[in-house]
Design a protein around this ligand. Structure first.
Ligand SMILES: *Cc1c(COP(=O)(O)O)cnc(C)c1O
Length: 368
């Protein structure tokens, strides 16, 4: 720490992202990236072709030439593609540099020390970090014994609420009716539903934004649309909330989404068949892998995401993580009391998961 850091940040414990190792190649099942490449339309959009955007004509590299110009501060083309996909209005959409930025704008806009925020105690690690960074009191609510969220902790709680649905790292989802009950019972507080994983088997509550002016849904292009490196996420909410979010954005970074990412995201959003094929493949691989792990004696939580949260009583979570890493497979482990027996395994290609299962079987055999 330098002697210049503001005292208010001295004690901040930043978010720890999963490893992105450069030293050797791993089967990378640790940060919930998509194992499949972005839609071919994304390649066309950037290298030439019309990328699914009717207006854009093929001229290879044209957008690269335009990198000397600022990007569209309103991110109109992509907002329209998102709005089209969800049958909402572009004024109900705000695109961010990853959904992490969207979440940051939301915490900044709607919380302070008199406006606490409640979220599950086991959930996305960024929520407590943003709360600390922006001086918002955080009220984590414990999960039930079976790692489900108890809606009763949120119904009529009189607090702003953030819930990842499906939750991370458990993969367990609430039903839309349960979310609606939480939203409906807190009319004077904002409920943020982080749907980073919803495309893998959950059900989006975006259709509810027309009925509830206290609901914000956040989604990302990082998982189901294979664009983690493009850094794209968005919020969907009523116009007033989006307008408040824009106030944050235009006070912070008006050109928050770069030109190439706008092209990539627009093309990905418009290629529904590709998106549906990839997410269906991942769901299928998830179920096959879960069955295989259960056959080996693992407890595997019922996941609606692109990862599995699993434990074995024959090997501890930390040990399993280390042994896999030594053998070239990266998964995620948290040394946190409630979840230290578990590892989170991203669903990769069928081949990746076969290797994971084979290596796991060998590991367990060595331990008898
Ligand atoms: C991955 C993830 C995000 C962040 O996504 P980006 O768009 O890549 O910033 C947000 N919330 C949850 C729960 C996630 O797992």
């Amino acid at each position: 720490m330098s002697r210049f850091l503001s005292g208010k940040f001295a004690a901040i414990e930043p978010y720890t992202p999963g490893e992105q190792p450069q030293d050797r190649s791993y089967i990378k099942l640790n940060t919930n990236e998509n194992p499949y490449p972005p839609s071919p339309k994304v390649f066309e959009a950037i290298f030439g072709g019309n990328g699914g955007g009717e207006k854009r004509l093929a001229e290879p590299g044209a957008e690269i030439d335009k990198l000397r110009l600022y990007s569209d501060p309103e991110v109109r083309e992509l907002s329209e593609a998102i709005a089209g996909f969800y049958h909402i209005s572009p004024e109900q959409v705000l695109v961010g540099n990853g959904s992490d930025e969207i979440l940051a704008f939301a915490f900044l806009a709607f919380g302070d020390d008199t406006k606490p925020v409640r979220f599950p105690a086991v959930s996305y690690g960024f929520y407590p970090v943003f709360a600390r960074l922006f001086g918002i009191s955080a009220e984590p609510a414990a999960l039930r014994e079976d790692f489900t969220i108890d809606p009763a902790d949120y119904i009529g709680c009189g607090r702003n609420v953030v819930i990842a649905n499906p939750n991370a790292p458990t993969g367990i989802a609430l039903e839309p009716a349960q979310i609606e009950a939480i939203v409906k019972s807190n009319p004077d507080h904002l409920v943020i539903i982080d749907e980073a994983y919803v495309d893998f088997g959950g059900e989006s509550v975006i259709p509810l934004i027309d009925r509830y002016d206290n609901l914000m849904v956040v989604q990302t292009f990082s998982k189901s649309r294979s664009l983690a490196g493009a850094r794209l996420g968005f919020a969907a909410a009523c116009r007033e909330i989006i307008s408040d979010m824009n106030k944050m954005k235009f006070s912070f970074n008006p050109y928050n989404v770069n030109r190439l990412s706008i092209l990539a995201g627009t093309a990905a959003m418009k290629d529904r068949p590709y998106f549906e094929r990839c997410t269906a493949a991942i769901r299928e691989t998830r179920e096959e892998t879960a069955a295989e792990l259960r056959r080996m004696g693992f407890t595997v939580l019922p996941s609606k995401a692109n990862f599995l949260f699993a434990k074995s009583d024959r090997i501890g979570g930390g040990e399993y993580f280390r042994q896999l890493k030594e053998r070239g497979i990266l998964v995620r482990h948290w040394d946190k009391p409630e979840i230290r027996d578990y590892v989170r395994i991203t669903v990769g290609t069928p081949q990746d998961m076969k290797t994971l299962c084979r290596v796991t079987e060998e590991l367990l055999a060595e331990r008898i």
